[in-house]
Structure formats: C-alpha cells, structure tokens
Ligand binder design. Structure first.
Ligand SMILES: Cc1ncc(COP(=O)(O)O)c(C=O)c1O
Length: 390
C-alpha cells in the first residue's frame, strides 16, 4: 500500500486478511508456544532461516500485524513493538551503543530518557546533553566515539523543536546513527525516517493507542537496523508487546488521522487564546509565531501537535491550576482523547534537580497540557475559569 495516503494507511495498515479467514479485525493470538508440523520446517523457523512463530517473546501474528502497520505509517522497511515506550528506547540504545561509546541528546526531553542516559554511565556509555533547538550543537558535542544522536521533537514538556534534517545531515557526515523519539508528533504529523533519521520510535501508550488504556512502545527503520534490535536487546532482554495490547494499539491507530486533526486544531486554538491571558507568563506551542523554531516546525510537520505548555509563574500557581480545572483531567500521561494537565516541574521532571530543570529551561510554574479531542470552546471555558481563580 505504498502509494496510499496516511489516513488510508491508518485504517488498513498491516492488514493481511487471507491468513485470518477474512477477519477485518486481526485476531489476538495469546499463544506463547507455536507447534511445528515437521522437523526441517520447525528447525528452520526456530533458527530464523524461515518466517514463522515459535515462542511468544520472539513475536506472534498479532504483533506482526502491528509491526507491519507501524512500518507503513513511519515509512520504514520494518518495525518492532514493545511493552512500553521505555522498552523501545532502551532496546534501541543498547543495540547500537557499547562500553566506551558516546551519545549526544537534548538537555530538555522526557525525563526518564534523560535518567536512562545518565544511568548508562554505569556501563561506560556517556552522554552529552545539548540545547537541541540549535542543530549545530550536535556537531559541537560530537566526539570520535559518538555513536548516537538522540532527537526528541517536539520535546517533553517544552515542545522545543529540533531541525531533524539538519541533525541527520551532520550524523551522516560523521557516521553517527540518528534516533528520533516521535511520540509527541506521531507519524501523522511528522515522519523522521523521510528526513534521514535511522530509527523513529514512540511511546505507543500516548497517541498511537490514543485512549489512555494501554502501555506500549514501537520503533521503525531499515530491515538491517530493526533486525539488529530484534535479535539483540528485544530477544535477549525480552520486553516485546503482549498480543492483547498489540491488538488494542492497532484498533487505536485506525482513528489516528482523525484524532490528530482535532488534537492539532484544538491545541493551536488554545495556545492562541492563552497568549494574551494576564495570568499566563508564557505559552509554548510550535504553531505560535513566537515559538523559537516555528519555521522549522512548519517545514517538518504536517500539523503542530496536541501538546502545549504554559508558564504560570510559580509552583503554587501550577498546583492551584490543576486543583481548579473541572473538565481537564489532572493526571500524568498524554496523547489520549481526554485533555490532561500536569505541573511538570513537580511531577515528571521532579527527578531532575532544580539546577538541572533550570538548565533544561523548565520553569517551576510549568503546566504541560495534552489537549484532547473535546469541544474546544468547552476546554477554553474550563481553562479560563481555572486561571481566573489563581
Ligand atoms: C516523549 C516520550 N517518550 C517516551 C516515553 C516513555 O513511554 P512509556 O511511558 O510508554 O514507557 C514518554 C512517556 O511519557 C514520553 O513522553
């Protein structure tokens, strides 16, 4: 289905009805063991010389359907699904970085990824954290032992934008692998592989699942790179997705294009409305012309995404805001159909010290908002009544 548009792929991606009695919804294969019908066949499947299934940790037909769907949506040759976004992230990093290697990563990004990179020092893998809003910083931080340029754009929680193509060009010149966390954008808004990135990955817990009811991760890339992850960390450390969850992700993806259209437009309207609000010190959303890398976002994204953040000035104001909202939900995840708000400095990014948060540009009064698909006027009313009480 190479020439189909994204919305069509989202509905039909990974489809293979013939081997499933024509079922429109891919069956869930809960089997952890698959029997062989013949000695030569079984040995060939077990030794990866022939396609097939034999053990749950190494895949099942439901996972394959999701893997194929993700490969099609991201424009990769192959894909692999995991039990969480962090499982996908650690598998990707550990497949390509070894003792003595070096990584360049954004100083402002999802805090658990930051903490993982820090923890990798224990295994002799070092990371330089840079201001990723200027692609030139990747080149400046590169060392002879640099193996990975890590990109997260838009970033969590500040929705900072990295120039993907510029980083990919530098990486190619230096022989470095580029990995992009595409969670905030989704493949609907942004396709990093088409911009020269080697691996694009996601927390599928967020927009791909889309309904705050599952935990999963996916990655996509070329056959040889994905194979290296499949036969490396995915197989050796475990952590592949459960078939029941793979099915849920596939179901979520069918409406991804529709949902993202609404997430994009709702977030842009809310961002525009709040820029002039007296209680809001700053609004961060790539749709705003005031956003530092608005032009880059415009050139590399189809839509600006459903994530935005607000600086309310103080930690107390951020706490009061989440207490005051009535329609918006105070919770910690993102990417679901419902609008979720959280005071990032006090929660997801509380694992960083105050100095580290300051270096990452995360104000103490920051509210991260995952704008859902509710009616935008209802959302604006709720946000305004919560702000008025501050
Ligand atoms: C940008 C980003 N990447 C990765 C992850 C990790 O995903 P998971 O929670 O599914 O392990 C998150 C989680 O919030 C995230 O926001």
């Amino acid at each position: 289905m190479d020439n189909k548009s994204f919305d069509t792929l989202a509905v039909h991606g990974g489809e293979e009805r013939d081997s499933h009695y024509g079922a429109l919804s891919i069956p869930i294969y809960p089997a952890s063991v698959f029997a062989f019908s013949d000695a030569d066949d079984g040995i060939a499947i077990h030794n990866f010389e022939k396609p097939g299934y034999f053990y749950g940790r190494l895949g099942n037909p439901t996972q394959t359907a999701l893997d194929r769907c993700i490969a099609e949506l991201e424009g990769g040759e192959d894909a692999l699904s995991f039990a969480s976004g962090m499982a996908a992230i650690s598998a990707a990093v550990l497949a390509f970085a070894s003792q003595g290697d070096h990584i360049v990563a954004p100083e402002s990004m999802y805090s658990t990824a930051t903490n993982l990179f820090r923890d990798l020092r224990r295994f002799g893998i070092s990371t330089s954290f840079v201001d990723a809003t200027d692609a030139a910083n990747y080149r400046s931080a590169a060392q002879p032992n640099t193996k990975i340029f890590w990109i997260e754009t838009p970033s969590n929680p500040l929705v900072q934008i990295t120039d993907i193509a510029a980083v990919a060009v530098t990486a190619k010149e230096l022989g470095v692998l580029t990995i992009a966390d595409n969670t905030f954008a989704t493949p609907y808004n942004q396709r990093p592989l088409e911009m020269g990135v080697h691996i694009s990955l996601h927390s599928a817990t967020k927009y791909l699942g889309g309904h705050s009811d599952l935990s999963a991760g996916v990655l996509a890339g070329s056959n040889d790179l994905v194979d290296k992850i499949r036969h490396g960390p995915s197989k050796l450390m475990g952590g592949n997705i459960a078939p029941q969850v793979a099915w849920l992700v596939l179901r979520g993806i069918k409406t991804l294009a529709l949902r993202m259209e609404r997430h994009n437009s709702n977030a842009a309207s809310i961002a525009r409305t709040l820029t002039s609000h007296p209680k809001v010190a700053d609004v961060f959303h790539p749709s705003l012309e005031s956003h530092r890398n608005h032009q880059i976002a415009k050139s590399q994204m189809r839509g600006f995404g459903g994530m935005l953040s607000l600086d309310l000035g103080t930690a107390d104001a951020a706490k009061n805001f989440v207490n005051n909202v009535q329609l918006c939900t105070f919770a910690t995840s993102l990417g679901g159909v419902e609008t979720i708000v959280q005071p990032s400095a006090l929660m997801t990014h509380a694992t960083l010290s105050a100095e580290e948060r300051a270096a990452a540009g995360i104000p103490e009064g920051l509210i991260r908002m995952s704008v859902g698909i509710e009616n935008v006027d209802d959302l604006i009313d709720d946000i305004q009544q919560a702000l008025e009480k501050l």
